[in-house]
Design a protein around this ligand. Structure first.
Ligand SMILES: Nc1ncnc2c1ncn2[C@@H]1O[C@H](COP(=O)(O)OP(=O)(O)OP(=O)(O)O)[C@@H](O)[C@H]1O
Ligand code: SF4
Length: 305
């Protein structure tokens, strides 16, 4: 069975679309692998699989082996650098055209998720992150139940719930947390994304929406608050164009200088491994934030394990 060698399965959930679930999945995956863990990402967001685009592997072709579909390798493990391997499987690889969205009815979607969980050959993994479709409808419940049936109880670490400050205000997070309770999924914690705005000129972070709601909500439900992630327009540049974001001289985040050195200085091809650059240099103001969130997720998983 394809999941038998996976140690910890973490679902990434959101009550509604566009809150940054796939971005958080991508950054968690990179942080985990850069902390030395072997990581797989399974994209079952059939409504619009964006994970291949975020890892800049949209054109990759999935192949079959006797053990199942082979996930796409983002990078191999590099023990000397303390980096674990990173592999990705997404419905996006199986769609005939880039950017196609699936318009199947519920039973067909459930069948596809079942197949994904049974037929991908993951090999040994410390963490498998599953990017789920947004929402909390009956269809999502049946998808979550399918996931739960396919994995052993000791493998199911739980869910990271992603929200935005507006979603907190409109009680979408409550729906997500109730969804977890209804389906028996443990909640590892809540991430509040797009909380505040990092100015591209001076890297000052300004709260545009009400801040702090996610933390209060998490405490009301007795779950961890994993942290808030501001909107950084440069992060969008990185994800959408695959190019390294540029910060003016003197830009610092958490006391760390992130101003962009010249390509000659860092000796890196800025058009390649862009997502990896987020953590390596770090090239984006969000890198230290995701690093802290990832450490918290690991400790939540270990408390449960
Ligand atoms: N903190 C952030 N700063 C800047 N841009 C962000 C941030 N988080 C997400 N984005 C951008 O917002 C857009 C939506 O994010 P993403 O695709 O991760 O959301 P999602 O919840 O997975 O959406 P979907 O409902 O389509 O699955 C993307 O273009 C992404 O790059
Ligand atoms: S955050 Fe700084 S650079 Fe950005 S608009 Fe305000 S003062 Fe200007």
């Amino acid at each position: 069975m394809s999941l038998s060698k996976v140690k910890h399965i973490v679902l990434v959930l959101s009550g509604k679309g566009g809150v940054g679930k796939s971005s958080v999945t991508t950054q968690l995956a990179l942080s985990l692998s850069l902390a030395g863990h072997s990581v797989g990402v399974l994209d079952v967001d059939l409504t619009g699989p964006s994970i291949p685009r975020m890892f800049a592997i949209e054109d990759a072709k999935v192949t079959q082996a006797p053990g199942g579909w082979l996930p796409i390798i983002v990078h191999e493990a590099d023990p000397s650098a303390g980096i674990g391997s990173l592999r990705v499987m997404s419905l996006g690889f199986l769609l005939p055209r880039r950017g196609d969205a699936v318009v199947w009815r519920g039973p067909k979607k459930t069948a596809m998720v079942r197949q994904f969980l049974s037929d991908v050959f993951w090999d040994e993994l410390d963490y498998l992150l599953i990017d789920t479709p947004p929402g909390t409808s009956d269809e999502h419940i049946s998808l979550a139940e399918t996931l739960l049936q396919k994995a052993r109880l000791d493998q199911l670490a739980g869910a990271v719930v992603v929200t935005t400050p507006q979603a907190v205000a409109t009680a979408d997070v409550r729906k997500e947390l109730n969804f977890c309770a209804k389906t028996g999924i443990r909640v590892l914690g809540v991430v509040e994304n797009m909380c505040g705005f990092v100015c591209p000129n001076c890297s000052e972070c300004t709260n545009i929406f009400m801040s702090g709601g996610g933390e209060v909500m998490a405490s009301d439900f007795g779950v961890r608050f994993l942290g808030r992630v501001p909107i950084d327009p440069q992060f969008l540049v990185l994800i959408e164009t695959g190019k390294r974001p540029r910060y003016p001289k003197g830009t610092a985040v958490n006391g760390q200088d992130i101003s962009t050195p010249s390509q000659e200085q860092n000796g890196v091809d800025e058009t390649k491994d862009a997502a990896l650059l987020v953590h390596k240099y770090p090239a984006c103001s969000l890198a230290p934030i995701f690093k802290t969130i990832t450490a918290d997720v690991i400790s939540a998983v270990q408390v449960i394990a």
